[in-house]
Design a protein around this ligand. Structure first.
Ligand SMILES: [Cu+2]
Length: 153
């Protein structure tokens, strides 16, 4: 997969944060990092059902800010929007193959997905353009369970 310019930028920003010793937090350039790691992030109960594989399991960010996914695991994952019809994690995965191809830069603009993120790579930044609760999951390991939520407020 060819690295896109925004990916390089995200990595540079992450590197800058690490070098400065400043943890990534809401409102910063590049926005909040949602860590993807199925190996280390064990399932926890949330108001939406069991969440696992993403840290934090529920990410709250201000409207107008951004977030992105970073895969710190040793195999590929996705962070993929389940769709506006879901207020709970459905039992079976609603994600199709399209989730493995990166798309979307706004929370409320329809489907958004990191695409298949290889180990050590980060997704595009996604802007929280509209308040709400957005459930997402991993295409490969939805049933693990590998699911999370973003609350924009
Ligand atoms: Cu996964």
């Amino acid at each position: 997969m060819t690295r896109q310019p925004w990916t390089t930028l995200s990595l540079m920003l992450l590197a800058a944060c690490t070098a400065g010793g400043i943890p990534t937090s809401s409102g910063g350039a590049g926005g909040v990092t949602i860590d993807i790691n199925l190996t280390l992030s064990h399932p926890v109960q949330t108001p939406y059902g069991l969440s696992g594989g993403f840290t934090p399991p529920i990410t709250t960010i201000p409207v107008g800010s951004q977030f992105h996914f970073t895969n710190t695991d040793s195999f590929a994952h996705t962070g993929s929007y389940l769709g506006s019809q879901f207020t709970q994690f459905p039992a079976g995965s609603p994600l199709g193959n399209i989730a493995t191809t990166q798309s979307g830069t706004t929370l409320s603009g329809g489907m958004w997905t990191s695409g298949a993120l290889q180990p050590g790579t980060s997704s595009q930044s996604i802007t929280a353009d509209r308040a709400g609760t957005y459930l997402f999951g991993c295409f490969f390991h939805y049933g693990a369970p590998m699911r999370g939520a973003i609350i924009a407020q």
